[in-house]
Design a protein around this ligand. Sequence first.
Ligand code: MLT
Length: 412
Amino acid sequence: MAFLNDNYLKLRAGYLFPEIARRVKTFTDANPDAANRVIRCGIGDVTEPLPPAVIAALHKAVDEMGTREGFHGYGPEQGYEWLRHAIAENDFRARGLNVTDDEVFVSDGSKCDCGNILDVLGHNNRIAITDPVYPVYVDTNVMAGHTSDADESGAFAGLVYLKCTAENGFVAEPPKEKADVIYLCFPNNPTGAVATRGQLEAWVKYARENQAIILFDAAYEAYIGDPALPHSIYEIPGAREVAIEFRSFSKNGGFTGTRCAFIVVPKDLHASTARGERRPLHPLWLRRHTTKFNGVSYIVQRAAEALYSSEGKAQVAALIEHYMGNARILREAAAAVGLRVYGGVNAPYIWVSTPPGTTSWQMFDRMLGEANVVITPGSGFGAMGEGWFRISAFNSRANAEEVARRIKAIAW
Ligand code: MLT
């Protein structure tokens, strides 16, 4: 008899974004006239074409693959050296941060990396997550058996929930209790909040004192415009010993459909064996990555490398400017109708309060039914997200302007 993984049965029926897609389909099937009017500001999926530097690199790599000399079969699982070098050099060493090429591991996405990292961590860790939170951190821990069942609010016993509210600016402080693994995401998905240097220093201090590990998701770092805000956890002294950083080309280079990301596992980062010995995690991640993954395709890695060329950097900057222009338009529209608005300044997500007495899912239905706009209900990100909704700035300018008009037209 084969047994299934019972932990999956603890999960809510569907992952948040497929559930939203299902509800949108139900709506458009029932209202075919509205189907063409629907504008999607739900999932944070980029809309603008790939940068020209990327397209040129893709064409060149495809042509190389058609020749005997330029053909590439299996590549190094961790990523080609030239890409790892470009990443470490441009994203870290150019900012004065000590990251070596071989601490960079290229992958097919941050979502996968966030889930896969659990392979090299023990099962007895006390896991801390913020609430609201990117659901992948929670669900992958549930799947791995790190929690008990969920209560009515959807909170899983066994996790430490760090409440993020308007009062703390949606940036949680380290808890009084002990946690061994902490997920932090800045700029934050879903709230758009960004931790200051001082706030990250407090987290690094906490991790060092508790021999904990911070899993730092910086997938949206390119959206930080304020020069005082840190882009990387490694800007905080001592972070190399306690933090793994997740980065992605999805939201800067528009790679959501192209797929390329990376994580940094510093060689100074240690964790305890069951017998209490401190051992580095880097060799374990290398072992995991080379055993379970065959690398990102040569063509896509060449495309990612092109993002670091001078044209590539300028084109990425233009994309960010475009999406942040949308963020401003959407933020101002929500504020103009009297809603409380956060985020959207150094992040592509706008976090908006629902009107009093309206739940997040009721707001989702209203926005879809009355404005034909898809948003993400805040409660889908955790119990503390109830009473909020998220608007994604990933869209064309025309759509962002139209959404702003429709928000203002609703009878609030
Ligand atoms: C989101 O909308 O939260 C993101 O698209 C999720 C992701 O990047 O996986």
